[in-house]
Design a protein around this ligand. Structure first.
Ligand code: BDP
Length: 600
């Protein structure tokens, strides 16, 4: 799905701001047929939860309502008018005045509806959006809703971050031409010194497609015609980690009879290749070693609300600490984040919102007598269909970002359980059908290891999340090191594929110091990471290290969660803990090479 843009043939009106808000305690009524009334306002984009003081709103389970008036510019003649939501978490229903226009399920991918016939140019309409935060056995991520004796509804979920909801990304009104570009797919290859840019264009109706690729100086370096074309770029500048280079591709659609320009849409193109060969991950044909983090979209008050100041600052911090990459744990991030990564040469592992696919674990802790994860009553065909739809939408949205080098299908599924293979095989197949150019990965949880795993061979890169020295052998880094080595060696021996530590980390209270490096102290986090790094450097099959987590983040209530998850290298307000400095020493200047291997 194309990101909205303003250009010679298109216009975007941003609808962010302060909207009217109501919590649905009157589901029998139709709140969209009138002004919401009441006194509540809500900021967009931002999760609604932490904007309010009232716990009943923060922890509400069910529908909430957003509403504002929208003026349609009188100057918008012809063409189509659309409302566009970058995300509604987890389900959105849209109404124009009294009319229902459509709904979307899935909290982290965009959707838009054509409202041309419902609105008047030069007039105002009432835009109302119902947003639902419920997670059930059939949603992705999954959850379960309880009804308490006093009638309150409680949301349980199996993942370790707060279930923030609402309109956390931008809302827009779009004006697009009738004959327009509806999709563009770019695939790049390298041929000697030249770059090859394959372009496939879909249009809303028949038209002539013209392409022009410009370099950063604006000079046209390749041109073509036709909906499916390959452009050759002589002496191409490659898009590299840490040294991004972006061409701009203008896709122009001409009217089939008049030859007039009906639409122009511009896509950023980074020419680069990605490949898994043997136990290596190759970027532009060279072995690449990932340093960085699993992140979250998480800040005070905004919750998961996208914020450009945090975007810039987080990338500054990643650069400062020497991170060359991150994973969009545990859901697709705002598109602005990927655009920024494209521009700054930061590598992204792009993850679906499939987290908590392990009914034996809640917030990192094992439960007694858990139900099977994969079964018709728990996560079955219905969940998988939703999961597949999420994957389709993720790939459709992010396929043209050079920064995105792998799709991560799920975080910590119960890969050791029966039914896991049947569940995941169709999804890895689907991913490769939709995008044959990008490797597929997932992350294995601590309870799935080379001795009991049933799914790792479905993936190109084996991602593992390991907490030896934290959930296992807390405080005993000697025992932890032994288990970590055995674990890594097991994966390498059984699968002979690249192994990637996608999560390792220790909760750390900023400011807590201990001469004996006791758990929760800044000293322990440092020692824990150093032990891991010593181990990683011994295995050539090891292709990356992503510390859990970039920053402290909010979770649901939990005995192990003191104001949230504290495994951040930075605090929630982005101040460094001691480990940030030692990571910086290890990571700076590596240039994508594995520590200790430079010049080998
Ligand atoms: C892993 C999860 C991650 C958690 C982390 C932890 O993938 O979402 O936050 O553990 O417990 O199991 O800190």
């Amino acid at each position: 799905m194309l990101k909205p843009q303003t250009g010679p043939t298109r216009e975007v009106v941003n609808l962010d701001g302060v909207w009217r808000f109501a919590v649905d305690d009157r589901s029998a009524q139709a709140p969209w047929t009138a002004d919401l009334g009441g006194t509540l306002d809500v900021a967009v984009p931002a999760s609604y939860n932490d904007q309010f003081i009232d716990p009943a709103i923060r922890n509400h389970v069910g529908w909430v309502w957003y509403q504002r008036n929208v003026d349609v510019p009188r100057s918008w003649t012809g063409g189509r008018i659309m409302v566009r939501f970058d995300a509604a978490t987890h389900e959105g229903r849209v109404y124009v005045d009294d009319t229902f226009v459509g709904e979307h399920i899935g909290g982290y991918t965009p959707f838009e509806f054509d409202v041309t016939d419902l609105v008047e140019r030069g007039a105002r309409f009432r835009l109302t959006v119902g947003v639902n935060n419920e997670l059930t056995e059939h949603t992705v991520p999954p959850g379960h809703i309880f009804e308490l004796a006093d009638g309150r509804r409680k949301q349980q979920y199996h993942h370790d971050f707060f279930n923030y909801a609402g309109l956390a990304r931008s809302v827009m009104l779009l004006h697009v031409p009738d004959l327009r570009v509806t999709d563009v797919t770019v695939v790049t290859e390298v041929d000697g010194a030249d770059g090859l840019v394959g372009v496939d264009v879909n249009t809303s109706a028949a038209g002539t497609v013209r392409l022009a690729l410009r370099d950063e100086s604006g000079a046209v370096v390749a041109e073509g015609e036709g909906a499916s074309t390959q452009l050759r770029v002589p002496e191409a500048r490659l898009w590299q980690a840490g040294a991004a280079y972006l061409y701009e591709l203008d896709v122009v659609v001409l009217h089939p009879e008049t030859g007039d320009v009906d639409d122009t849409y511009t896509v950023n193109v980074g020419i680069r290749t990605v490949e898994v060969r043997g136990t290596q991950f190759l970027l532009n044909g060279e072995p690449f070693y990932f340093t960085g983090f699993g992140k979250h979209e998480d800040t005070a008050v905004r919750g998961k609300g996208h914020d450009n100041a945090y975007l810039v600052h987080d990338f500054q911090l990643m650069d400062w600490v020497g991170a060359n990459s991150f994973r969009t744990s545990h859901y697709p991030y705002a598109e602005e984040v990927l655009d920024y990564a494209d521009r700054h040469g930061i590598i992204v592992i792009d993850e679906t919102s499939a987290v908590g696919f392990n009914l034996g674990v809640a917030g990192g802790m094992s439960q007694r007598n858990p139900p099977p994860t994969f079964s018709p009553e728990t996560l079955g065909d219905r969940t998988r269909e939703t999961h597949a739809q999420h994957l389709r939408e993720l790939i459709a949205r992010d396929k043209n970002h050079p920064s995105v080098v792998m799709w991560c299908i799920a975080n910590e599924p119960a890969g050791q359980e029966d039914g896991a293979r049947e569940y995941f095989e169709p999804l890895t197949t689907l991913s490769r059908e939709l995008d044959p150019t990008r490797p597929v990965t997932y992350t294995a949880w601590l309870g799935a290891h080379s001795g009991n795993d049933q799914i790792a061979d479905l993936f190109d890169v084996i991602g593992i999340n390991r907490y030896f020295g934290w959930y296992i052998d807390l405080g005993d880094l000697v025992a932890a090191e032994e288990k970590l080595r055995a674990d890594i060696e097991g994966w390498i021996e059984r699968y002979q594929r690249p192994v990637f530590m996608m999560e390792y980390g220790a909760d750390t209270m900023a400011g807590l110091h201990a001469i004996d490096a006791a758990p929760w102290s800044e000293e322990y986090q440092k020692a824990y990471l150093e032990m891991h790094h010593r181990v990683f450097d011994d295995y050539p099959e090891f292709v990356g290290e992503h510390v859990w987590n970039f920053a402290d983040f909010r979770t649901g209530a939990g005995l192990h969660r003191v104001g949230g998850n504290k495994k951040g290298i930075f605090t929630r307000d982005r101040q460094p803990k001691a480990a940030a400095h030692s990571l910086r020493e290890r990571w700076t200047g590596l240039g994508g090479q594995k520590p200790g291997t430079a010049g080998r």
